[in-house]
Ligand binder design. Structure first.
Ligand code: SF4
Length: 374
């Protein structure tokens, strides 16, 4: 059952709306006293595929990457610039440029490429917004905290939290406008935004906090190309549907932990794979290709299904297997790049020093040359 939060102040997100300094975003005046927190990043993984969420939450799959680190630096620069602008009247563009200069050196070049083209446009946009129009932002504190939250009562008290990059008011006091900054290469379409659990979850939190809210508009600011998408609007019925999706995902998370615990052995994985695979891993070429857990996924490594008896299961497992193979090859290539030497063993080798040299070789398998006399 979904718990509805109530706010202490206005029922509308009008300018200057006061959350009474409540630090936990929109959890409002009546948060559940024993609710544990689950961040949206993890929830999204369970919604994508429960095994993926389980593997990331239990630490079996690493989910950091240079791309994610670079995106984090961009978000950090924007968040701090917004705060400095709101609190001290600082020039946001200058502030972002300065923060990029002090970004993590290993990802600084990519972070700069991911923000450079938008710095001045974002700066102008922030300066054009009346200060009291900014409702919340990532990096904001107290009443302007960008952290959204809403509690679920069942199956156990759980607070779902997520951060908005920037939430501001517009001319209609019953509507809010969210801007999400994205520095990656991929561009989100309107259908991507509408289907995204992140924005649906934000709508669920916002409509839960403000009963009189009528619209939540979301725009994506692609900072690498300085492109701002037209708004996608979420209405109260979208939020209700999102709440149901959140509750279903939380139940799937509970069920996979009940089935696997925190450290299953190979036998337990094989048993669950044979009996309940479709409850817990949902292989699909697109999902598996981007999954950090594919190397250890039971769909990729469980006992092979009988193609004639279960063609769909065989096909889906093959999608996971293909992703796992791709990731294993990439791990081998990273090792070759990092160590500067090929992996050479008796009768098998991997790397770039093939017997027949090539220009710009891509690391791969080859048969090592056996030295005379060996
Ligand atoms: S590889 Fe595919 S099936 Fe396996 S956990 Fe990842 S998304 Fe799920």
């Amino acid at each position: 059952m979904i718990e509805q939060f109530h706010t202490t102040g206005s029922t509308e997100p009008s300018r200057g709306w006061d959350r009474g300094g409540e630090p936990v975003g929109w959890a409002g005046a009546h948060p559940h006293p024993h609710a544990r927190r689950l961040h949206r990043h993890l929830l999204e993984r369970f919604a994508e595929c429960p095994f993926q969420g389980w593997a990331v939450q239990t630490g079996r799959a690493a989910h950091d990457s240079p791309k994610a680190a670079s995106g984090l630096q961009v978000h950090r620069a924007i968040a701090r610039a917004i705060r400095a602008h709101l609190e001290d009247g600082a020039d946001p563009a200058r502030c972002m440029a300065r923060l990029l200069a002090s970004a993590r050196p290993d990802v600084q070049a990519d972070a700069a490429a991911g923000l450079r083209r938008s710095i001045h446009a974002i700066g102008r946009f922030l300066q054009s917004l009346p200060a009291d129009a900014v409702i919340a932002h990532r990096g904001g504190i107290g009443a302007r905290s960008g952290l959204l939250a809403r509690d679920l009562r069942a199956p156990a008290p759980l607070r779902i939290v997520s951060a908005v990059d920037l939430l501001h008011a517009g001319p209609d006091p019953r509507e809010v406008h969210e801007i999400d900054f994205r520095s990656g290469q991929s561009l989100l379409t309107a259908s991507d935004v509408r289907a995204s659990l992140k924005f649906r979850l934000h709508a669920w939190c916002l409509f839960g906090a403000w009963p009189n809210l009528t619209a939540h508009h979301v725009r994506i600011w692609h900072t690498r190309t300085n492109a701002l998408t037209p708004p996608v609007t979420f209405a109260p019925h979208d939020a209700a549907l999102a709440g149901a999706a959140v509750a279903t995902t939380v139940r799937a998370r509970r069920d996979i932990f009940a089935a696997l615990g925190h450290t299953p052995d190979d036998q337990a994985l094989a048993r669950v794979h044979a009996e309940r695979a479709r409850d817990f891993w949902w292989p699909d070429p697109g999902k598996c290709a981007a999954c950090p857990a594919c190397v250890g996924c039971p769909a990729a490594h469980g006992p092979a299904r009988d193609l004639a008896a279960d063609p769909e299961g065989f096909l889906r497992d093959t999608a996971a297997l293909q992703a796992a193979l791709g990731q294993r090859i990439e791990l081998l290539r990273q090792t070759v790049r990092r160590t500067g030497g090929d992996l050479v063993f008796d009768g098998i080798a991997f790397g770039v020093c093939r017997p027949r040299p090539a220009v710009n070789p891509v690391a791969g398998f080859y048969e090592p040359v056996v030295a005379e006399g060996e």
